[in-house]
Design a protein around this ligand. Sequence first.
Ligand code: ADP
Length: 412
Amino acid sequence: MTFYLGIDFGTSGARAIVIDEEARIVSQMRYPWANVTNWVNCWKDALWGLIEGISQEWRREIGAIAINGTSSTILLTDAAGQPVDAPLLYNDPRGSMMLKDLSSIAPPNHTVLSATSSLAKLLWMQQLPTFNQARYLLHQADWLAFLLHGKLGISDYHNALKLGYDVEKLQYPEWLEKMQIPVFLPQVLAPGTPISEITPEIAAKFGFRRDCLVCAGTTDSIAAFLASGAKLPGEAVTSLGSTLVLKLLSRTRVEDARYGIYSHRLGDLWLTGGASNTGGAVLKHFFTDDELVRLSQEIDVSQASELDYYPLLKEGDRFPINDPHLPPRLEPRPDDPKEFLHGLLSSMARIEARGYELLQQLGADKLSYVYTAGGGAANSTWTAIRAKYLKVPVVASNNTEAAYGSALLAMR
Ligand code: ADP
């Protein structure tokens, strides 16, 4: 029996999942963190802690490993792979001061023209006193995989998108090469490509097979998409978390910076998506989780709600309506909380349907099936309402753990 290990480095902790050849979970563990002062040590401890948490018996049978990290979390290392400074995390906005310079180099509306893009962060890092010791720029997932396979300067095209890598031509664009950034940008492989066998030291230390492969990784949100079960063009995953995030698999690449729409490459397909500020955070503002469960059960889904809201906590949305001043619309508010909730759930379902329509208008494949992740996925009333507006089958994702998606990547 061969097993496959997926490791997820998320925003609040790391997680590992081991699957068998049938993609069934045989082992899983978590490594939460809080109040971290040294990220590099925290990530290392998490990696070793998770591996030690897998029983020796399973560890010996692992054939391949893949790791996902948070998108655009990057670090600089020296020639031996030692970090020369603290990493810059996914949400660190310090690159914003480089955007003016960058906008005169990168094409208009390019993904790198964002305060948190990997390239904006890298430009900011160039003024660190430690920069002259730096040889390699790596993403979080690249560096953690390096700790296992020992090869420096290797990444995947999901992590490299926000560095400016051209995922269509599979090369760094000319404008980026011309910048002559004095560190090695990673060589970019397709996610899941075997990079190398695990190092003999790591194999011996943890009791892995010597021929256990370490594969190119991915980002946390794509790993979660892979976990969902969606595979074919037209299949989508809606994430009903604090915000509403849509991802639709398509044969056509769709990009529209006005709506914050961009596509990741997924083999021969494109994973196109957008995110709205509406979502569970608005529900949370008005209801407790218990109220959401109880009131949802009382809603009669055969009756349509007449309430037409645009639920937001503060003004402004980008997708599917691009208007930074779009006001929250939460009136009229009925006295009956069940009716109010019905109006909110229906209105968010309409926004979701409008989002998928927009992606299709811009060229994405016709929506055929929607998987659902996030806190709202468990709400069967909402699922029924959404199915009416989306007019396609709506189900819960097979699995929502990014670590499971990375394990699938290692298996493929
Ligand atoms: P995130 O990771 O974005 O914070 P989660 O996926 O953990 O979000 O989902 C949390 C959200 O799910 C909360 O905003 C909450 O309002 C919403 N939620 C929780 N329970 C329900 C429910 N029964 N019906 C609808 N929404 C729910």
